[in-house]
Design a protein around this ligand. Sequence first.
Ligand code: HEM
Length: 406
Amino acid sequence: MSEASATRTGCPVLRFDHRAIQSGERFRVWDELRALGPIFWSDQYGGFWVVGGFEEVSAVLRDDATFSSAKNPDGTGGQSIPPFIWQRNVPGEYDGEEHVRLRSVLLPPLSPKLIEGRRPMVAALVSEIFDRLEGRATVDATREIAVPVPAHSMFTFMGLPRSDAEAIGLTVHEIMGAREGTARAAELAPALEAIKQRMLDEVAERRARPTGDIISLYANLTDENRKLGPDELLSVLVTGMLFGGLVTAAETLANGMVYLARHPDMRARLAAEPELIPNFVQDLVRWVTPASSVARTVTKTTVLGGQTLKPGERILCLLGSANHDPKAFEAPHLVDPGAWRNRHVGFGLGAHFCPGAPLARLEIEITLRELLRRAPAYTIDDLDQAAIGLADPAGGWRPLVLRPKG
Ligand code: HEM
């Protein structure tokens, strides 16, 4: 973040690029930004408003009529700044009735009740992943725990062969970690195309021979009003499930392991009282906020944080900053399993609230439970550098060396 350089109708204008915030500096940067006031303007990416207070962020997310998520036919708008270039997210980049229709197609298999029914399946695969690590002095917690658990869980959930889960999971993380326009992103472009083609092949296969899995369900909808077109289906499977569901859960999991290594008292408490782990996970999602910002487009003149926002202007909500706002959360930089702080915005809020939250929470809860049962005194090397983002934007992986016996 650079200094405020000018004012725009009385509010700070910054050369602010949210994507340049280093993992280790997030809390400090967010605290500084909130101290500037409720809203500021960034002159990057064509200019956009930024809010990072819990109150302002919640106000934007709740009012999807004034703050649109829709992507325009020319690729502008949508949920991120700069926009995802390769497609329109389903259902994230739709508004109103279209959004409700798409969500109603997507949601049934993700319901909390059905996901809870999958607990034995997730527990079995987590146990199997830990079995592979038994007896080892060190484990790469990124490659061997954080990425595999959500990948195996999601692949099983979708009905894809688990033998491909880790390779595709790792590739998805690398693609998400690479900034577009860089040489690394160009190198990874064929891998993205291969994942998309793979999903199209899976869809064709399920249309020919339905198996009752999630892909079959989404690929074979018969209700004319609720069918998914080819691009919609691809977006649900690739952007929603793989990109939306794998990286977020893995980063929360990795950072949970780091947090507990940094806070041995909390680790001992959770090991002794595992019934606290679900609350811990809920607050951990707040603390990490792996989807740290979302964007919207202003649809009508409105006032926010004392500024007048005009139709067509873009606004970025710093979800991570809102989740660390001391006005909303006491001691926000600590994870607290005692206080049920589930009103955070780590999974969003309002119409676009994350439908994958029950699945993600289940995966993280079961993995931490198993880790604390098997290795209650584990340590992590270079704890100070253990970072929030797992994929290094320059390519490859940030190391997360976990020693099960400490
Ligand atoms: C810790 C894990 C996760 C976090 C932190 C997370 C975060 C979020 C957030 C913040 C949003 C709202 C975006 C917005 O308002 O623009 C969202 C939406 C969404 N998430 Fe997640 N997510 C997680 C896991 C998952 C999983 C496992 C799935 C798939 C099973 C998933 C699928 C989706 C979809 C499809 C949407 C769009 C919903 C809509 O626009 O109506 N997410 N997620």
